[in-house]
Design a protein around this ligand. Structure first.
Ligand SMILES: *Cc1c(COP(=O)(O)O)cnc(C)c1O
Length: 361
């Protein structure tokens, strides 16, 4: 078998134990005498599975009872628009914090539905620093404050949850959900595409405070309406049943391996290993992000001479280190270190980096 260390940003590596279990259960799931993909989403067996998955997630992330959990489709990108349609009345304002590519996109996609205000903006730093909380211009009349706790492309992560008063805080957690304990009660809504830390693409997780569901007053199709999805327990239409099932296996995998606190410790150690290698390379490798804002999940890094990039990537592939090419907007390299990446994979990357430097330094 040639399966190896996969540093892809998303769709990303999934835990091998999860894939093996899915493989074992692929033809016959539990006593369904069919695959989990081939049974009715409204049948007793699948309904019981989704209840179990929600209970597992609620236990894992300590989700308070007054929050709804939804499993939807359309990715985080659909939520950029839907959250504005659902959480703001027409003509209302919302505050956006710009810290990189994804928060910019979230603001742009919301603009047709809400009056977007830039509460803070780190563009001047080329997104290598976070906008200091003291400089944010928050509007107490805003429908919500939106931010992106982890910027997947620029490699920035907020070290703590910003305090925004009583206006609901809405967070795009696509690339850091379940990587550490989650203080759900600090948020109005959390959303995340599944394909980084939860499972395959095609599934989107929403955790939304129940009272916010009543906010959507503008006319819209029921498929756009959070309250409608909540009433129908994420089965307004045919859900991504296989993705939902795989997310459930991943939640059990996280619990089996110590829960979110254990994930946080593992992720901290992996990121520390890689940043230490970059910073200790005497400038051969470089990460431009200010230390307090460095992401634990996505580590962009650059070789001192971009002419070496192609050779680095080819050598890495040969050494069994996949998908290290940086996002096209930034170039260079990017290593994504989601929950499913073990310390061993990071150790292998760091060993390769050091060997490559010896050969080309
Ligand atoms: C990957 C990613 C997205 C885009 O997700 P889709 O599921 O492709 O819509 C949005 N936000 C963040 C932070 C991401 O990492």
């Amino acid at each position: 078998m040639s399966r190896t260390w996969n540093f892809a940003a998303g769709p990303a590596a999934m835990p091998e134990e999860v894939l093996l279990q899915a493989q074992t259960e692929l033809l016959e799931w539990r006593d369904a005498r069919a695959s989990v993909m081939e049974i009715s989403h409204r049948g007793k067996a699948f309904m019981a599975l989704t209840a179990e998955i929600e209970a597992d997630l609620r236990a894992l992330a300590a989700i308070p009872a007054h929050y709804k959990v939804l499993f939807l489709q359309g990715g985080a990108t659909l939520q950029f628009a839907l959250l504005a349609m659902n959480l703001a009345a027409p003509g209302q304002r919302a505050d956006y914090v710009l810290s990189g590519h994804w928060s910019e996109k979230a603001a742009r996609e919301a603009a047709p539905y809400v009056e977007v205000q830039m509460a803070a903006d780190a563009r001047a730093s080329n997104y290598t620093a976070l906008p200091p909380r003291a400089d944010w211009q928050l509007d107490a009349q805003s429908a919500y404050v939106h931010y992106t706790p982890n910027e997947t492309i620029h490699g920035l992560e907020f070290p703590d949850i910003p305090e925004v008063g009583s206006v609901p805080l809405v967070a795009d957690f696509s690339s850091s959900i379940l990587s550490a304990p989650l203080d759900v009660a600090r948020y109005g809504m959390i959303y995340a595409g599944a394909q980084k830390n939860i499972g395959p693409s095609g599934l989107t997780l929403l955790i939304v405070r129940e009272d916010l569901l009543a906010r959507a007053t503008r006319p819209m199709a029921s498929i756009f309406r959070y309250a409608e999805h909540a009433v129908h327990e994420s089965m307004l239409n045919t859900p991504n049943t296989f993705g939902w099932y795989l997310a459930g296996l991943t939640f059990k995998w996280i619990a089996r391996h110590g829960g979110l606190a254990a994930m946080a410790a593992r992720n901290r150690r992996k990121a520390d290993t890689l940043y230490a290698a970059i910073d200790g390379s005497g400038g051969f490798y470089r990460n431009p992000v200010e230390p307090r804002a460095r992401s634990r999940m996505n580590v962009p890094f650059f070789l001192h001479d971009a002419a070496l990039d192609a050779r680095f990537l080819a050598g890495a592939e040969q050494a069994g280190l996949l998908a290290l090419k940086g996002h096209r907007a930034l170039g260079g390299m990017r290593a994504s270190l989601y929950n499913a990446m073990p310390q061993q994979g990071v150790d292998a990357l760091v060993a390769f980096m050091s060997e490559f430097q010896r050969g080309h330094g």
